[in-house]
Design a protein around this ligand. Structure first.
Ligand code: TXD
Length: 312
């Protein structure tokens, strides 16, 4: 495959940091879109000038015009507002729904066959909405959350053992909210289950910290939410798609009966390649975790329905 084209909609903290990581890795040329006039152009110019020192040859272009996004292979949607202290991800529902719908409609005019990765919160519902609005096959519309939640889990595991984070493989499934499901039995240090390395009490503590990982950072920052790890996570997904590398990553994907869940977007392990979600991997889970996954999916479904009712 030749050099790809990636559009990032929303040139805020997550969007611009993801753009920077993408061009530094020379994965694709990037179009950075935002509704704020001049801002994406300014950031893109700044990053283009950094290329003289960093030595990357990917191009980045900032715009307020959707026409410039034409022919994108992958479109990342980070447009919206971020959480403020005390706000839940769901408080963002109505505002961000309007934005995401508008973004997807415009993107499709110029890139009718793109793979869309949503990042905007509340993540699972926004991914459902993006898919509904797009009319695309569901393998082409997915959301970023599990990679981030698993990265947070991995960092807490490495700290608790303690061991190199390079050897940690962590798994967090479910919705991107308070009901996410860290899965210790599938989390390992170089193949060794963490249950053999960390006490049950400490694992429970880490699980809770993972679930509140986003809120912990929001509270510290006071304005805005996390963006370094979120942008890394997004770029890992874009990379797997552009390079068709078939990585197994947790992502928010449309379920058609897997895990006993029907017609809902939820975080599960998937195989990511050039066609987006190429397979949903069903792993054996204990009943307790399956119940958690189901209630997490039920919450997403309830919010998606609330959104549809509000539209009417
Ligand atoms: O795990 C995850 N999925 C997440 C999600 C991790 C981190 C952040 N998460 C969510 O992503 C967060 O709750 C927000 O909903 C989005 C974006 O977070 P970010 O921190 O980047 O927010 P910013 O800095 O406020 O950037 C949002 C940009 C800003 O520049 C706006 O001008 C722009 O979105 N915006 C728009 N762009 C295009 N089109 C429209 N309509 C629009 N409205 C706002």
């Amino acid at each position: 495959m030749g050099k790809g084209k990636v559009t990032i909609v929303g040139a805020g903290f997550v969007g611009s940091t993801a753009a920077q990581r993408l061009i530094e890795k020379q994965l694709a040329d990037v179009v950075l879109f935002d509704v704020v006039e001049g801002m994406p152009q300014g950031k893109a110019l700044d990053m283009m000038q950094a290329a003289a020192i960093e030595g990357y040859s990917s191009l980045i272009f900032g715009t307020n015009d959707y026409a410039e996004t034409a022919g994108s292979d992958v479109v990342v949607v980070t447009a919206g507002i971020a959480r403020k202290p005390g706000m839940s991800r769901d408080d963002l529902l109505a505002i961000n729904a309007k934005i995401v719908k508008d973004v997807v409609e415009n993107i499709l005019k110029y890139s009718p066959n793109a793979i869309i990765i949503t990042v905007t919160n509340p993540l699972d519902v926004m991914t459902y909405l993006a898919w509904k609005t797009s009319g695309l096959p569901h393998n082409q519309v997915l959301g970023m959350a599990g990679v981030l939640d698993s990265a947070r889990y991995a960092s807490f595991i490495a700290e608790a053992v303690p061991c190199s984070i390079k050897d940690v493989r962590a798994m967090v499934l479910g919705g991107h909210g308070d009901s996410m499901v860290p899965v210790p039995q599938y989390s390992t240090v170089n193949g060794i289950p963490i249950t053999q390395l960390i006490s049950e009490e400490k694992i429970n503590e880490i699980n809770e910290r993972t679930k509140n990982g986003g809120a912990e950072i929001v509270k510290l920052l006071k304005t805005g939410s996390a963006y370094y790890a979120p942008s890394s996570s997004t770029v890992a997904m874009v990379e797997a798609i552009l390079l068709d590398s078939k990585r197994v990553l947790p992502a928010c994907a449309f379920l058609t009966g897997q895990y006993g869940l029907q017609a809902v977007y939820c975080g599960v392990p998937v195989i990511l390649g050039r066609n987006g979600v190429e397979r949903i991997v069903e792993i054996d889970m204990n009943q307790k975790d399956l119940d958690f996954l189901k209630s997490s999916a039920d919450e997403v479904k309830a919010l998606s329905m609330k959104l549809e009712q509000e539209k009417q």
